[in-house]
Design a protein around this ligand. Structure first.
Ligand code: TRP
Length: 437
């Protein structure tokens, strides 16, 4: 059997979920999470929220509402890994490791950052006016979200494709430098899922302020739908489905038969008020049971908190060991695991050593000093430098044994005992044999 395909996606906790989020993200993702052979990772991107939202209450409220929406829509936290980004301390740690292999130029080219620059230029302001380093770093944090779990696929909208390309680039840079540790993720662009029109007919989006909250109470949903734009055709006049926001929203909830019936009703001149009533009933039929679960969860934030913490514990079972491997890979290591080096500058300095010299009387001698330069042994004077060198070489090669052979000719310096000299000679002999290997 193939290893399961790991699919991961994040939702920024910066607002209240609306019908467009449900149709475009929540519903398809919950369905996909039930597919066999896939492992789903879903998380609340609350660190990302801080880039846009400076209101702590709003971040907290949004986290609760989004978590409750996903759960109410049928996400099963025992079947998927559902967690909150800020509960995973390894994510900001990985963000830093990735920051250090990310070209600043790569981030300069990010669409969101460039758009902020362009807006400033158009307004005659400094290019980086009001731009935080958080906005600039957004793609690196997002790469860490994905790479932390070695996700294979990331379902995203078109606007996020560049972020996925950057995550791949960043992973490749890391792997190039430190070895193949990170999986290069793939963007999966959701062509099939509908984008829903909002109250004014443009795409339903927080930024247009034209949204219908997903779990608004029944009567509020009815009123919101009553406010959707239509043309001015009177009851009895045939109506166009093309370009009708009501029709498009209906289609996103209805099955093929229901949609066909509505198309005919349009041709037959159904009144707009009647379309609105049918749309309300159709949406409410799908959402009413979920709304009950949603309200129960909102009334019990402790339950949501527990679910998220359990999800974080599950996620960290993967994040913690991967982070340990990555720390090791980059050199953030336990010093006790350092092998005792027998070669190289530092090792040579740490060894006892011989020093040769010529005295004022013209005779040749050598000394043995320890690693700190303390005198351990001084040879008698030799007339012939070769004889001095040979005596030294014997000691170097044969260690303490050569000391014994020399009998009384080689004596430890005052205050040094023979064992210390013998140990120093053994260390030199050992290091020399290590060098030869
Ligand atoms: N940037 C995503 C958005 O705005 C949210 C997000 C953060 C995300 N981290 C992610 C999506 C990781 C997918 C994978 O929609």
């Amino acid at each position: 059997m193939n290893p399961p395909l790991r699919v991961l996606t994040g939702i920024t906790t910066s607002g209240t979920p609306h019908l467009g989020n449900y149709v475009g993200a929540i519903r398809p993702t919950v369905r996909a999470s039930r597919r066999a052979g896939t492992e789903s990772f879903l998380f609340l991107a609350d660190y990302h929220a801080l880039i846009k939202v400076g209101d702590p209450k709003r971040v907290q409220r949004s986290t609760l509402e989004i978590a409750a929406s996903w759960l109410a829509a049928g996400l099963d936290p025992t079947q998927v890994t559902f967690y909150r980004q800020s509960d995973i301390p390894e994510i900001p740690q990985l963000t830093w490791l990735l920051t250090c292999v990310t070209g600043k130029g790569l981030l300069n080219r990010a669409h969101a950052y460039k758009a902020a620059n362009d807006q400033n230029a158009a307004a005659g302001r400094d290019a980086d006016d009001g731009v935080t380093a958080g906005l600039f770093m957004y793609p690196v944090l997002m790469a860490a979200d994905i790479l932390m779990f070695n996700a294979h696929q990331v379902p995203v909208g078109r606007d996020q494709v560049q972020h996925l390309e950057m995550a791949r680039d960043i992973a490749a840079s890391f792997n190039h430098l430190y070895g193949e540790h990170l999986v290069l993720p793939e963007a999966v662009i959701e062509e099939a899922v509908a984008t829903l029109p909002g109250l004014d007919g443009r795409k339903m989006s927080k930024s247009y302020d034209n949204t219908i909250p997903l779990f608004a109470p029944r009567e509020q949903l009815r009123r919101a739908i009553a406010g959707i734009v239509t043309d001015s055709r009177a009851p009895g006049e045939p109506k166009e489905t093309q370009g009708s926001a009501l029709y498009q929203i209906y289609q996103a909830f209805a099955d093929a038969g229901e949609t066909e019936a509505m198309r005919r009703a349009f041709a037959d001149g159904i009144a707009w008020s009647e379309v609105k009533q049918r749309l309300f009933e159709r949406i409410d039929r799908e959402l009413a049971p979920m709304r009950d679960s949603y309200e129960a969860l909102i009334a019990n934030p402790g339950r949501v908190e527990d679910i998220l913490r359990a999800g974080a514990a599950k996620a960290r079972k993967l994040a913690t060991p991967l982070m340990a491997t990555l720390r090791e890979a980059v050199g953030l290591r336990d010093l006790r695991a350092l092998p005792i080096e027998r070669t190289g500058r530092a090792a040579k300095h740490a060894l006892p050593a011989f020093k040769q010299y010529r005295e004022a009387d013209g005779r040749f001698r050598f000394k043995l000093v320890d690693a700190h330069g303390k005198l351990l042994l001084e040879s008698p004077g030799f007339d012939d430098p070769k004889a001095a060198a040979q005596a030294m070489a014997r000691l170097r090669e044969r260690g303490a044994a050569a000391l014994h052979e020399a009998g009384g000719a080689l004596r430890p310096a005052s205050g040094v005992d023979a064992d210390q000299v013998a140990a120093a000679l053994d260390r030199i002999a050992e290091a020399a044999s290590g060098d030869r290997q």
